[in-house]
Design a protein. Sequence first.
Length: 132
Amino acid sequence: MPENEADFERFLSEEALKYDFESLEVVLSGGFEDESRVESTVKDRDLIHLRATHEKTDTRLVLHTVLADAENVVVSVRDTDVILLSLHYFSKMKCSKVWIMSGTAIDRRFMPIHDVCDRLAPGQVIPCHYWM
């Protein structure tokens, strides 16, 4: 990754940790100097099980979703790979509802992964060849 992009990711991650998200927990990873570092906006949270050095951000996002303790999870992403991975791994997730948030601030959209999976028969989701 170009140095200016890495610097920008580090800046965003550090600034997000300072923001008050009120009742929401935001988990950040991949945007720090130590690429395996994981932080949460909930202080003193044990996130050792989320430490990962996945080269691709999409697999890291899905790993965090699979391991999330929350009942509801929203993943903000523009990558269709994350949608397919989320559909494939939804049955392994602890949460009951997962939404993929996309679009712009003016035209925000939420895809309910849980609803899509409810409508699919077992085996209808494309098998994934990513290593989780």
